[in-house]
Design a protein around this ligand. Structure first.
Ligand code: ZN
Length: 494
């Protein structure tokens, strides 16, 4: 490589430019901010010039395999220009073109290493575009790229770069899942990822649905009409860590008999008032060691397998205490039973209280004192594990003669919900074990991971794979492993 030319360039161009810059700088310390800005802009430009100068003298020889289509020898056809958006600004470079005479096809063998997924951005810039697009709308990412890097990319380009990256990761992970799904249970054991990091004492899995507006139907919904609309992504997270004991966790009354066979009077139990009252006093905190999240338009079978693979990856099954938080929906129960048989299934406390509140509002009027009293009593019973008592109180209301159809439906729905989830509502036991009972985690998944990026105004009409692509990048951010994920999937290789 002709580094001599680069050195000449430094002496002939950069040094005079720097000397002139020094001349232009103001004299007073009060101008600090201005100097900072000027230096940043000018040095960025010099670095961009340097990168372009370097690319002009860099070695372009490269060994070429035959034509990708026919295997024929390819011929060098000179250097072709390429403009790339880089973190040092827009840079023009020239790279060799090779041509297959038989197929009349051109290839640019350097592009695989220079351009990010065949886009007009460098690999390093591609990473910035993806990180920004994971965090904010494409238009805002484009604004920030101009502000921070002096690079002008239109919103559509930003969108295309980020979505293509996310799609690529999803495609690789889908193939991995399909391979594992095709294996026998015995073969699976050796093919699964095993966690090598420090094991955690507590493992929490949770999954929930969230709605996204897309311009077409997600592919996995085979029998539905293809039209724009709101479709459900399934968002899941797997976390392992250690529970944090900060001394404010609730005490559990040891004489309390939780479980389905504990009928009781309609009044709150002895341990209900005070700091231990329902929903309060239970400060579950977890020092998270590792977490993996995702949100996909997928079948239940695929979501289950994706959760399972991530669970293996973080060492979920090595944790002595495992739980699976959900809203009790049938598809989630199936996933829990198939892939997490040893995890304690827990019905999200907030979902239960939603049912109770709905019934109370219909029976006694929204926000009335009577409704509040009724809600507090049912919550106290459920909190204490006295499910029989809560059900008794609900069915008691059902016996009234003057109920509207809406009231009857709500009462029936709530009865079915609570009755069908009895074994997932042993809240005193969960509290005693130090398990989470409200899926602040599932809530966070839905709101932070999905809705924060896909459901704001102006964030409509995603393509399903595009939304999934952005959500894949966002999940890596959410889990605090963006850099790790990036180098896993986008390390330049020959
Ligand atoms: Zn060919």
């Amino acid at each position: 490589m002709q580094k001599r030319f680069l050195n000449e360039k430094i002496h002939n161009e950069l040094v005079p430019a720097l000397e002139q810059l020094v001349e232009e700088l103001p004299d007073d310390l009060v101008e600090f901010s201005e100097v900072e800005q000027v230096l940043r802009v000018r040095f960025l430009k010099l670095a961009g010039d340097m990168l372009r100068g370097w690319s002009e003298v860099a070695v372009t020889r490269i060994s070429i395999p035959g034509c990708p289509s026919c295997g024929n020898t390819m011929r060098h056809k000179g250097l072709k220009p390429l403009t790339l958006a880089t973190t040092l600004g827009h840079v023009q470079l020239r790279r060799p073109r090779y041509r297959c005479k038989r197929c009349k096809k051109d290839i640019y063998p350097h592009d695989q290493r220079i351009r990010f997924l065949s886009n007009g951005v460098s690999l390093v810039m591609g990473k910035v575009v993806c990180r920004m697009s994971a965090d904010k709308p494409f238009a805002r990412a484009a604004e920030d790229l101009q502000e921070d890097y002096g690079v002008r990319l239109c919103k559509q380009t930003v969108e295309h770069v980020a979505e293509s990256a996310g799609k690529q990761i999803n495609a690789i992970e889908d193939r991995r899942r399909e391979t594992i799904q095709g294996l026998s249970p015995g073969e699976r054991l050796s093919a699964l990822p095993g966690a090598t990091d420090t094991p955690g004492k507590l493992a929490v899995a949770c999954c929930d649905g969230a709605m996204i507006h897309t311009g077409s139907k997600p592919k996995y919904l085979k029998n539905k009409a293809d039209k724009p609309g709101w479709y459900e992504v399934r968002a899941a997270s797997i976390a392992i860590g250690d529970p944090v004991h900060d001394g404010i966790e609730p005490r559990c009354n040891a004489s309390e008999k939780p479980g389905p066979d504990s009928p009781g009077p309609d009044s709150p139990g002895p341990d209900s008032p005070g700091p231990d009252s329902p929903g309060r006093g239970h400060h579950f905190r977890m020092n998270v060691l590792r977490t993996r999240s995702f949100a996909r338009f997928e079948s239940v079978a695929d979501v289950g397998m994706d959760m399972y693979l991530r669970a293996c990856e973080v060492g979920f099954f090595d944790a002595p205490l495992q739980c699976f938080l959900s809203d009790g929906a049938a598809w989630l129960r199936n996933i829990a039973e198939e892939h997490f048989p040893d995890a304690i299934p827990i019905l999200d406390w907030y979902h239960v209280t939603e049912y109770v509140c709905e019934v109370a509002a219909l029976l006694f009027g929204q926000g009335t004192a009577q409704a509040k009293r009724w809600i507090e009593s049912r919550k106290a019973e459920l909190w204490a594990g006295r499910i029989g008592a809560a059900l008794h109180a609900i069915t008691h209301q059902r016996k009234k003669d003057d109920l509207t159809q809406q009231q009857r439906d709500a009462l029936d729905r709530t009865t079915t919900y609570i009755d069908g989830n009895r074994d997932r509502m042993q809240y005193p036991r969960y509290r005693e074990l130090g398990l989470p009972i409200g899926s602040g985690r599932a809530e966070g998944l839905r709101k932070t991971l999905v809705e924060g990026r896909c459901k704001q105004s102006g964030m409509r009409n995603w393509t399903p794979p595009g939304a999934e692509g952005i959500l894949r990048l966002r999940a890596a951010r959410h889990d605090g492993i963006f850099n790790q994920t990036w180098s896993q999937y986008f390390t330049p290789t020959a």
